[in-house]
Design a protein around this ligand. Structure first.
Ligand code: NCD
Ligand code: ZN
Length: 345
């Protein structure tokens, strides 16, 4: 019997971590396997807070990708003491695609993130005026809240205020992880969301067993309940223009994972598009994969839709357990497991 093949417009990844130096060397082949354009997150050890740092990082990525066409789009990492003139120039000159808000200490390398969001309203004003996007890690941390409540309280206590204050500001709620979050996106104007494969595949039971953590399924925002997973699948697979592909593939070395306090982040790049295809097929929505992966994102960012096409074949294969080279080792999401789709190279 002939194997099923689907063809879609080349996808973009609207949320990925490529890191720098040796880790970038190790993971770069996976992103360039599928994408020519990615939003590369600015949460490096020295976060990308100035246009000079962004230029240097763009240069490093382009040089290492060995592909002049590869287009890394960098949002500026917002801090409470940002140089606003440099920020605005960076936006105007196309060095920054927009800006990323990391609330303080919510995730990897967010210790320079924002403690008091009111203080960065001048940066939001600049974004709104220049029709540029605000990307948000939507979690609120407080002693009274569990790890599972952070998204909801961010939405209630911060995001609602931002939206009321800046009604024309285009916002992306990154890696939306709850039904509450996806409903909020549906109900409000000028806001869209990226959805990761992991939030449509695992729940908190895959992360925590009693008090034991599975570090390889641990990411921020943490996976939630079955009800959330179902809602995210429905949103992604609906074809609704407010939802698009952002893998949040976030590599960490194995020694930073097998640790008393493992770093959050799931590395899915070696099979992320294959996982999305599988999810869309399970939801009987393969015909909407292209909108989610290749059309809704560029439309929201006012960027051209790619011209090239890629093919996926329905074929069983086993994902390698690890990505490793030169003594560096990263656990692959779905490592050792069987997948049903494969991108045709
Ligand atoms: C990301 C990382 O490791 O940089 N981690 C994660 O759990 N998703 C940061 C982020 O997007 O929160
Ligand atoms: Zn991320």
């Amino acid at each position: 019997m002939n194997k099923k093949i689907i063809e879609i417009i080349q996808p973009d990844d609207w949320h990925i971590h490529l890191r720098e130096g040796k880790i970038l060397d190790l993971v770069k082949k996976y992103s360039s396997r599928i994408n020519n354009r990615c939003i590369v997150m600015p949460n490096l050890r020295t976060p990308i807070t100035t246009s000079a740092l962004a230029k240097k990082y763009i240069h490093e990525i382009k040089f290492k990708m060995n592909n002049e066409l590869f287009d890394p789009l960098i949002p500026c990492y917002l801090t409470e003491n940002l140089n606003l003139e440099d920020f605005e120039n960076g936006l105007k000159n196309g060095i920054f695609i927009g800006a990323k808000l990391y609330p303080n200490n919510t995730t990897t390398n967010s210790k320079y993130g924002v403690k008091n969001i009111d203080k960065i309203y001048p940066a939001f004003e600049i974004l709104e005026k220049n029709n540029k996007h605000l990307l948000i890690h939507g979690e609120k941390i407080s002693k009274e809240l569990t790890i599972f409540d952070r998204e909801k309280y961010f939405i209630d206590d911060e995001l609602t205020k931002i939206i009321n204050h800046f009604p024309h500001l285009k916002i992306v709620l990154e890696h939306v992880s709850t039904k509450y979050g996806s409903d909020f996106i549906l109900e409000n104007n000028n806001i869209a969301g990226t959805i990761t494969p992991q939030h449509m595949l695992i729940t908190k039971e895959d992360v925590f067993y009693k008090d034991i953590i599975n570090p390889h399924n641990y990411c921020m925002p943490v996976a939630k309940n079955e009800e959330d997973l179902i809602s995210l699948r429905k949103s992604a697979c609906s074809g609704n223009k407010k939802f698009f592909l952002g893998t949040d593939s976030a590599p960490h070395l194995i020694e930073d994972k097998n640790n008393v306090s493992p770093k959050p982040g799931i590395f899915s790049s070696p099979c992320s598009l294959e996982l999305y295809a599988e999810i869309f097929e399970q939801e009987k929505s393969l015909y909407n994969l292209e909108a989610f992966s290749s059309i809704n994102g560029p439309n929201f960012y006012n960027l051209p839709i790619n011209k090239k096409k890629i093919k996926l074949i329905k074929e069983k294969w086993i994902q390698d357990e690890y990505t490793e080279e030169n003594g560096l080792k990263i656990k692959n999401f779905f490592g050792g497991k069987e997948l049903n789709w494969k991108v045709l190279q």
